[in-house]
Design a binder for this molecule. Structure first.
Ligand SMILES: [Zn+2]
Length: 243
């Protein structure tokens, strides 16, 4: 992979050509070094690449704190400290807003989990890029800029709504993928009559426990849902998920 993307149209802005060898859809920093071979890449222009990496730096420093995956612990001890040293502003924010919640696993064993303050807009921003990238990578579809991509950290209610109303739609294509020793898992679906309508479910670090600094309390989310499509399709779901 690599050079073949040079000169192809950027999947994000769909205007400028890919100058370099493509963009990693899921940042290399999300994965331990031993898991970085053969990560997915797409054509991307320098501008989009830079914009996306701003979200990625924030999130790759932050996500392992809330992650439930065993690799998340190794991230915390080896990879995150140097990242935080490079980002003093984030380090201060984290220090001020950390907390714990009690969380039960599938067997009912409870443990205390560290949570970090979390800016949902940054999460949403990154997954807008990721949905565009994966729709192109798996199905060759350029998701148009006029399409709205909605992402939300799914609660149990949200997951059920997604299952009931979205994943039940008739699909043209589906993809079920696991990357880097389960660091990232996703399921995606392209709806039968309109290639712009895609529905996604993502799980990073086996689910996350996050808090949103704008709200009170914690979101205990297991995964992230996203929809792309024209406004008349997406807006009813946007309303449904906005509290
Ligand atoms: Zn671009």
């Amino acid at each position: 992979m690599g050079k073949k993307y040079k000169g192809k149209t950027c999947v994000y802005c769909q205007e400028r050509p890919s100058i370099r060898q493509g963009d990693h859809v899921f940042s290399r920093e999300l994965f331990l070094e031993s898991e970085r071979a053969n990560l997915i890449k797409v054509p991307a222009c320098d501008e989009c690449n830079n914009d996306k990496s701003k979200y990625e730096h924030y999130l790759t420093s932050l996500l392992p704190f809330g992650g439930l995956h065993t690799d998340a612990k190794e991230h915390l001890s080896t990879l995150v400290p140097p990242r935080l040293e490079r980002n003093q502003k984030l380090k201060k924010e984290l220090g001020a807003g950390m907390g714990y919640v009690t969380r039960a696993d599938e067997n009912g064993n409870e443990s205390r989990v560290l949570t970090v303050p979390f800016d949902g807009d940054i999460y949403t921003g990154l997954f807008e890029y990721i949905v565009k990238a994966l729709s192109w990578f798996h199905w060759g579809a350029y998701i148009e800029n006029i399409s709205i991509v909605l992402t939300t950290a799914l609660t149990k209610f949200g997951e059920e709504m997604f299952q009931q109303h979205l994943f039940s739609l008739k699909s043209k294509n589906t993809i079920d993928e696991t990357l880097g020793n389960d660091t990232v898992k996703y399921f995606g679906m392209q709806v039968v009559d309109n290639e712009q309508i895609t529905v996604w479910k993502f799980e990073v670090f086996n689910g996350l426990v996050v808090s949103n600094s704008k709200d009170e309390g914690f979101h205990k989310s297991t995964c992230i849902g996203a929809i792309s499509g024209p406004p008349q399709v997406v807006n009813p779901f946007r309303e449904l998920f906005e509290e």
